[in-house]
Design a protein around this ligand. Structure first.
Ligand code: 13P
Ligand code: SF4
Length: 304
């Protein structure tokens, strides 16, 4: 089948199944182009909860489809590539977290949405890259456990008076970015602003003029008077940055900023998923209810 035929068939089947196609900002260009909605990890799950469609085709990684299923349990959530996981989310297990909690009794656990439903269920509140500092500062506690991203954790620690204990997980993609890569890009483009995702290591964040989530980058690029940006996050974000800001230039400081898991999903996978209505992602009821409490607590924290 030719690409155009596949796209046409996806559109036809999505209509027939009453399905919504969601794509994370790191997905392949052609997947983002096909999607009804593109967005960041949490934004997409909230779209899943909000929609009146029966089926969600989640083009992203496993924890995102789980979050959608937690927030919208009555809907069928399909993950076209069940092998698309998040290595950082896999760095912490519910059992490992229980051990950490036992070492810090009574200290609240703040868990990044990049985590399994089972880990969320063991936590007190979730956070995303866009609200992590607000979430931590909203807690009535002097100490916090920050799970699983050590880089996001250390970033939060610079914006709170609370004592922070970190889980030593990290995103292999963002962790690959080196100071030398950014310095080279800045030397080649002295008129560019450097924006970075908080999953980057602390020494990278020190060089950034703006630190934000993937969706925050669209907003920053749109409203900034600058014409050039060095982009410290996964390459997939460039598709919409360039499409929506044709008068601006976006530079990736390293060719290694590619998440292999985010690139797994192809148009063929999406089509097959709609044809077979699989693989479906569900979360056991007991885990789902506890995980939902942690997501709901996060959603109740006021935004800036
Ligand atoms: P956000 O899109 O929520 O900023 O997350 C980035 C990421 O790495 C998702 O896996
Ligand atoms: Fe996980 Fe990093 Fe890939 Fe996001 S970019 S899915 S955090 S490995």
């Amino acid at each position: 089948m030719k690409q155009e035929e596949i796209k046409e068939e996806i559109r036809r089947l999505a209509k027939e199944r009453n399905a919504l196609l969601l794509a994370h900002n790191y997905q392949r260009d052609e997947i983002q182009e096909m999607a009804d909605i593109t967005g960041d990890s949490l934004g997409l799950s909230m779209e899943a909860a909000r929609t009146d469609k029966d089926v969600i085709v989640f083009c992203g990684v496993h924890f995102m489809a789980e979050s959608a299923s937690i927030l919208a349990p009555e809907k069928i959530v399909l993950l076209p590539r069940p092998d698309a996981g998040c290595p950082m989310a896999d760095m912490v297990t519910a059992e490992g977290l229980r051990e950490m909690k036992a070492r810090h009794p009574g200290v609240p656990v703040v868990t990044y949405v990049n985590s399994s439903a089972a880990v969320k269920a063991e936590s007190d509140i979730c956070c995303t890259s866009s609200n992590a500092v607000n979430v931590v500062n909203s807690l009535d506690a002097d100490e916090v456990l920050l799970v699983p991203d050590r880089n996001l954790g250390r970033y939060i620690a610079t914006h709170t008076d609370k004592v922070c204990h970190f889980w030593e997980g990290y995103c292999p993609t963002h962790d690959r970015l080196k100071v030398a890569d950014v310095e080279r890009a800045l030397a080649e483009h002295p008129d560019a602003l450097f924006m970075a995702h908080p999953e980057c290591p602390p020494e990278i964040l020190k060089l950034a003029q703006h630190i934000c989530s993937t969706s925050g980058m669209y907003e920053f690029a749109r409203q900034s008077a600058a014409k050039k940006f060095i982009v410290g996050t996964e390459a997939g974000i460039l598709y919409r940055l360039r499409r929506d800001n044709p008068d601006k230039e976006f530079i990736l400081p390293s060719p290694s900023l590619i998440c292999p898991n985010m690139k797994l999903t192809s148009l063929e996978d999406v089509l097959k998923s709609l044809q077979t209505m699989s693989p479906e992602i569900t979360v056991p009821a007991e885990t789902r209810e506890r995980a939902k409490v942690t997501l709901d607590r996060m959603l109740a924290v006021p935004r800036d």
